[in-house]
Design a protein around this ligand. Structure first.
Ligand SMILES: NC(=O)c1ccc[n+]([C@@H]2O[C@H](COP(=O)([O-])OP(=O)(O)OC[C@H]3O[C@@H](n4cnc5c(N)ncnc54)[C@H](O)[C@@H]3O)[C@@H](O)[C@H]2O)c1
Ligand SMILES: O=P(O)(O)OC[C@H]1O[C@H](O[C@H]2[C@H](O)[C@@H](O)[C@@H](O)O[C@@H]2CO)[C@H](O)[C@@H](O)[C@@H]1O
Ligand SMILES: [Mn+2]
Length: 445
């Protein structure tokens, strides 16, 4: 069967993840053929560095694909089937502030969790909605596959502000963890596992993992994780290629797992269970944003500029990663009705029987041309229900604050977060964040 060739625009073409997505798309042309690939960004210079290298790569490896980079929305979003969005409103400079301002008050600053995530969410909502509107104006039949973070707040905002839009919010943290689970189990691929999982984005639990013969893989995984977290056997023997802060996170997962011995946790729960540990472990003068600027950002841009300068990508050191494989799986599922089973962020609507119907939950879905069809997860225990009710209220209050311009709602959101110790500290952090974000947030009264 001849597969329809797709037209894609990457929104946030200057993203450090764009090369990985390009490499993954080029590795999958047999399964996901492409006629046109465009980049869109609001920072021409940043995007140009990635685009110039991509031009060399495509000329050498897939010259039949029409490639263009632009900052013009009409040019970018006309005649596309998919918008693959991974923007970072305010870029790393603002991520650095998200991470350092809370630390002034002894509170962990993090990209998508707690005060850092709330600040990031207040910046992202406008940028993501703008891209949805461009897509619907210029390619009304297209789907938006959104990676832009903080996915939980962006998902709640798009549910409220664009309820009928064809947008799917996704996260690759479960993918990254499942890759490690597969290594622990000695499996060839994480796709040999069928999982049951529920939660909010960056706030969930695996409850059942089986192989294709239906054998229960949870006991072996639980035995490993309660001892080692998601550190793999190879890493345990000292053969780690992971960045130290990520290795620390995967190791910390064991202390998170202890809270519910029958499940396996998303790594991000450490921020909600051990916020003080995370603040003590963090250096206000050099946070994750600094690590990313010094490593991933430097590597991606220097490698892209090298390729552009020598005008060949023969020895390109750009790799497709989990982030990329997932978005191709999702695009294929929609384009060709593959009925792929994937964790996606969708409106609850009864998927979790005893949880807020209007909460955006991360659960296994069967994906076809009509989009995601969630798989019900039944009732959840009091512990997780209590945690999720509190966290979803934080996320909803942030969207309330953005929509209404309410200082009070945002103060409530910060105060309600498990990561912030009290209302006074919440207000101190809020007032600093308002000042730092004056170019990005709506005016709060
Ligand atoms: N969902 C997930 O699991 C997951 C995984 C990895 C990364 N991400 C997210 O992907 C995004 C990109 O990450 P990164 O580290 O590569 O960031 P980055 O700063 O390297 O790239 C983001 C790009 O977005 C552009 N941009 C910012 N605001 C824009 C706007 N309003 N319109 C168009 N373009 C805009 C920037 O100019 C930049 O080129 C971030 O939101 C990050 O959190 C999500
Ligand atoms: O601190 P960063 O920018 O390196 O990562 C923050 C993101 O971490 C998760 O994505 C990971 C993914 O889980 C891992 O498997 C691999 O693909 O790297 C990604 C980026 O490092 C998380 O899901 C994202 O939401 C975060 O933005
Ligand atoms: Mn994520």
């Amino acid at each position: 069967m001849t597969l329809k060739k797709q037209s894609i625009v990457v929104a946030g073409g200057g993203s450090t993840f764009t090369p990985g997505i390009v490499m993954m798309l080029l590795e999958n042309l047999d399964k996901f053929p492409i006629r046109s690939l465009k980049f869109y960004d609001n920072d021409k210079e940043r995007q140009k560095q990635i685009a110039d290298a991509t031009e060399v790569i495509i000329k050498e490896r897939a010259p039949e694909i029409e490639f263009k980079a632009t900052t013009d929305p009409e040019e970018a979003f006309t005649d596309v089937d998919f918008v693959m969005a991974h923007i970072r409103v305010g870029k790393y400079a603002m991520r650095e502030k998200d991470e350092k301002i809370p630390m002034k008050y002894g509170v962990i600053g993090q990209e998508t969790c707690g005060p850092g995530g709330i600040a990031y969410g207040m910046r992202s909502i406008g940028g993501v909605v703008e891209i949805i509107d461009y897509m619907e104006k210029y390619s009304p039949d297209a789907w938006m596959l959104n990676y832009s973070n903080p996915a939980a707040i962006v998902a709640e905002a798009t549910r409220r502000l664009r309820p009928d839009s064809k947008i799917i919010n996704i996260c690759d943290m479960p993918v990254g963890i499942e890759l490690r689970m597969a290594e622990v189990l000695g499996l060839e691929s994480r796709k040999e596992m069928d999982v049951r999982y529920y939660g909010l984005n960056h706030f969930g639990w695996w409850t059942d993992i089986r192989d294709k013969e239906g054998n229960d893989l949870m006991p072996k995984l639980i035995d490993w994780v309660k001892e080692h977290g998601y550190i793999t056997p190879k890493e345990l023997e000292g053969a780690s290629e992971e960045e130290p802060s990520w290795e620390y996170t995967f190791g910390k997962a064991k202390e998170v797992q202890w809270l519910d011995p029958d499940t396996l946790p998303n790594t991000y729960l450490k921020y909600y269970f051990y916020p003080q540990d995370e603040a003590e472990h963090s250096d206000i003068n050099y946070t994750r944003a600094n690590e990313v600027m010094d490593n991933r950002e430097k590597h991606v841009f220097s490698e892209c500029n090298r390729i552009s300068n020598i005008k060949t990508a023969e020895d390109a050191k750009l790799v497709a990663d989990d982030h990329a494989s997932y978005i191709v799986d999702l695009a294929r599922a929609i384009a060709y009705n593959t009925k792929e089973r994937m964790l996606l962020i969708v409106p609850n609507h009864g998927v979790i029987e005893n949880f807020d119907a209007e909460g955006m939950v991360e659960v296994p879905c069967i994906v076809g041309s009509q989009g995601p069809e969630p798989m019900t997860q039944g009732s959840i225990p009091r512990f997780q229900k209590g945690l999720m009710e509190q966290q979803v209220a934080v996320e909803k209050l942030v969207v309330d604050a953005w929509i209404t311009g309410s200082y009070q709602k945002l103060w409530q959101a910060l105060t309600l977060s498990r990561i912030v110790p009290n209302a006074r500290v919440a207000k101190q952090i809020l007032d600093d964040l308002i000042e730092a974000n004056e170019d990005f947030w709506p005016v709060l009264k």
